[in-house]
Design a protein around this ligand. Sequence first.
Ligand code: MG
Length: 424
Amino acid sequence: MDRHTILLVEDSRFFGQMVRDRIEEELDLSVDWATSMAEAISLIEARSDDYLAVLHGLSLPDADEGDMARYVTEKGLPALVFTATFSNESRHRIAALGVADYVLKENPKAIDTVLDTIRRIRSNPDTRVLVVDDSPTALTKIRKLLQAHRYEVLTAADGKAALRIMDEVPDIKLVLTDFNMPSMDGFELTRRIRENFPKDRLAIIGLSSERDEMLSARFIKLGANDFLKKPFIAEEFYCRVQHSLDMLQQIETIRELSYRDPLTKLANRRCFFESAQAFIHRAQQAGERLCLAMLDIDHFKKVNDTYGHDTGDAVISNVATLLDTAFPEGEALTARFGGEEFAVLLRHAPERDPVLLFDGFRRTLEQSPAHASGGNISVTISTGLCLDISGSLHQTLSAADENLYRAKEQGRNRVVSGVCELKD
Ligand SMILES: [Mg+2]
């Protein structure tokens, strides 16, 4: 369910307006603005499913300190609380209410913090977290903290149950594990998880109330990303969890950058070489045929020279989009090899003729000009096919490349397979 609205409960006109404007402008969310707890309650009763989070002052004109936060968290909504004071005592009081975050109103950075928290709450439902602890009290506490930030939470009371869940549920991003548990301790669990899940795909945070100073170092040596000593305060918990998940996200971004062509979002050459063997293996298992095509846009230099590089980029993107549509992911491994050159490794049913498939693409491209600032630009493409992929990937590529060369030599805008040849 998509939630697109923030409920703001604030009686100060000036402050409320500023917060509302920034949420609407920077997060592209809508804001319902109530000025009292009574008004907020009637809004929540009417449309609580629309609210992503409730942002409110700790005290309101018609409510005592904490009343609003208590009501909001009971409704299962993340509460983000503004406070005017920030003593240790009040901090503990607010944290005990299970709020998602609280910030000092006077701090000029307060709204930035709130916006960051809202961004996370918006993306967290896609993040699966597994909590492993033999203490039901600890499990409940940690689950509540995570749910206040809308993470998807799974729990296990011991290591064996945890491993079973890891086996069955895909895409868990973070495991929080206690150290001291019966039958399998947190060290052993960490070690076992790491046999299948590398550190750059899944984060592990060790937890323990033991006084042993060596615990954190040992957890990390066994593959945990971080360690958190029990008891902890909510802020530290959220910081550590977020830090570990941010790291994973950054690695994912780097991976994306190094494997995707930034212009077309297709795989790049490196990704093609790394993924090809597994792709071929899967097709062979499924009893399908494979072919490899090398494609090169005809007279591309002329496009760049005549219309400039922006138009050249538009032409390349257009070809990439059409390739992606004609040969969708799963059926094909399509890569931009460099410049105006593309490679397509295609799995197909034995009765389908790849020469016809790529000739079909050639015709589609002829009829689908790129829309650029210089107008509609039509290009054609030459294709070299290799229908026999029993050799090495290298041999297959150079056979396709040779046929591409022939296609160019024979006048371009055609498919050459070495077996048969199609042209207009
Ligand atoms: Mg324990």
